[in-house]
Each structure stands twice: as C-alpha cells, then as structure tokens.
Ligand binder design. Structure first.
Ligand code: NAD
Length: 275
C-alpha cells in the first residue's frame, strides 16, 4: 500500500474503501471484508447512516487504531459553528472512536452560507486532536477560494467527484498549489458506462487486469487518493490488487481522452439539499 503525506504530516493510504449506499449491517460485513483484504482507510459519512456498523467492524478487527485511517463527514444540515461541534461528537459516538483521522465538510451548500463558520469549528476539533486532519468535499474554485481567504488551517484534503469522464484537472492543480490533497469520489464512475469504455478493456487485456483495475491505476499514477466501493468480496479484493502493474505514458494519455467533463452527481455550486 502506498501512502500520501497530508499537509499535517500524517500518512493517508492512497487507496481506501468507501461505504456510501451500504446499509449499516452490510457496512459491517463489507468493512470487515475490506480490512481482511488489506484496506486500512475507510470513508464513511453521517448521511450514509452506517457509522455504527463501520465502527463496529473497525473495533472488532483488533487492528491497532494507529494502523487505521478513518474518515467521516459533516452533513449539510449540521453546518454552523455549534452544530458542527455537536455533530462531530455524535459521529464519534456512533463510530465508537475517540478520534477520526479526517473530518470533511461534505458539501459547501452555498445558499446556506455556513461553511466558513463550520470550518472554524473544524479548526477547533483539529486543535483538540480529535480530528487529526480536517478537509473539504465538493468544494469548487469559488467556494474553496472563499474558505481559504478566512481559514487559519489549510484543508488537508478536497474529496471531489473524479474519474476518467471527469478528470478535474483544474481542481487538482489548485489543490497542488495550496498543498491540499485531491481525493476522488466515485473513482470507478459508480461502475456505470465508464467501465464499458473499450479503451479500458483493451489496456486491461494487455496487463491481465480488469477495466476497474485500470481506472484505479490511472488515479494512483496521477497521485489522487481513491476510495472505491464494493460489497462483493471478489471485487473488494480486485480493487486493491492494483500495485503490481504500471500504465505507460501512452496508456495514461489514451485514458485521458475519455474526459468529457460529465458529472454523475450534482454541480456542487448548485447543490443546496439539506437532506
Ligand atoms: P465507485 O466509483 O466506487 O463505484 C462503485 C460501484 O462500482 C459499485 O457499487 C459496483 O457497482 C461497481 N464496482 C465496484 N468495483 C467493481 C469492479 N471491480 N468491477 C466492476 N464494477 C465494480 O462509486 P461510489 O460508491 O459512488 O464512490 C466511492 C466512495 O466515494 C463512496 O462509497 C463514498 O465513500 C465516496 N463518495 C463521496 C461522495 C461525496 O459527496 N463526498 C459522493 C459519492 C461517493
């Protein structure tokens, strides 16, 4: 497993495991399978309603806490200074942990205009050592710029929708300029049209790898953090079996031509849903 060094100095595994849309009981089983397969970084969120099952699997694994990297996220309706502090306590309690490795603002929710206040609370949680690193999700050039203008702590991570159909070069560049690591959500394009792209099948055949493994390798070679999701044990193993081959510059370039700028999720500047 390769680590990325965050701007806090902490090491974050470059490949982790996501649990969006996995019901709590299934999250227990899936996280257990992921830990057995060798994943050490798990990405959950309060809105996924599976922090409890995720936390139980982490604790039952008996893996030392300092070998695990746990991310959860502040939900939109919990934004605001006091609300953030309360929401964080509730997440920790559901997880059954005394700290998380990364706490993210899930969406900026521009209309609500509370992300600057929420960030102040995140900075406090970071200073208290209960959120070892703090970061953002779904921030764009506009919202990131505004947050940075008043932030005392530079976010460690921005987790954004990113896959070969939405390569996000501008946000990756901006992140690099500020020392913010870019993390890809839906790195496999949610297993939809993307994995049917003939170029991925062709490149995969040349390496004895699946289209999903080719896509994950493309992310890793670009330095992006990835958190693919699967509840199928064979795919959980397949998705971490990506450290024994390398894509050539020519192959990376061919995958690069798939970028059409098309999103699977909402435009974060227009996303104001409070859930
Ligand atoms: P993903 O791109 O990881 O795709 C997952 C789907 O792809 C699976 O449900 C399955 O259908 C398919 N799949 C997985 N492995 C496969 C394989 N080896 N071969 C073929 N098909 C395969 O999509 P995702 O779950 O949306 O994203 C990953 C994680 O990102 C989530 O679980 C969550 O933790 C995070 N996420 C965050 C946000 C956010 O707003 N911050 C939004 C969406 C997802």
């Amino acid at each position: 497993m390769i680590d990325v060094t965050l701007n806090t100095g902490a090491a974050m595994p470059q490949l982790g495991f996501g649990v969006w849309q996995v019901p709590d009981d299934d999250a227990y089983t899936a996280v257990k399978a992921a830990l057995e397969a060798g994943y050490r970084s798990i990405d959950t969120a309060r809105i996924y309603e599976n922090e409890a099952g995720t936390g139980r699997a982490l604790r039952d694994s008996q893996i030392p806490r300092d070998e695990l990297f746990v991310t959860t996220k502040l939900w939109n309706s919990d934004q605001g200074f006091d609300e953030t502090l309360r929401a964080f306590d509730a997440s920790l309690e559901r997880l059954g942990l005394d700290h998380v490795d990364l706490y993210l603002i899930h969406w900026p929710v521009p209309e609500q205009d509370k992300y600057v206040d929420s960030w102040k609370a995140m900075e406090r949680l970071h200073a208290e050592g209960r959120a070892k690193a703090i970061g953002l999700s779904n921030f764009t050039e506009k919202t990131l710029g505004r947050l940075l203008a008043s932030a005392d702590v530079v976010p460690a991570v921005n987790q954004i929708e990113l896959h070969p159909h939405l390569a996000q070069d501008r946000m990756r560049e901006l992140g690099a300029e500020h020392g913010i690591a870019t993390e890809a959500w839906s790195p496999l394009g949610q297993g939809k049209e993307l994995l049917g792209e003939p170029v991925l099948t062709e490149i995969g055949a040349a390496h004895g790898k699946s289209p999903a493994q080719v896509v994950l390798r493309w992310h890793l070679q670009r330095g992006t953090i990835v958190i693919p999701k699967s509840v199928t044990p064979s795919r959980i193993k397949e998705n971490i079996d990506v450290f024994d081959f390398e894509l050539s510059d020519e192959e990376m370039g061919r995958i690069g031509t798939l970028d059409s700028g098309s999103r699977l999720g909402p435009d974060p500047d227009e996303m104001n849903w409070l859930g």
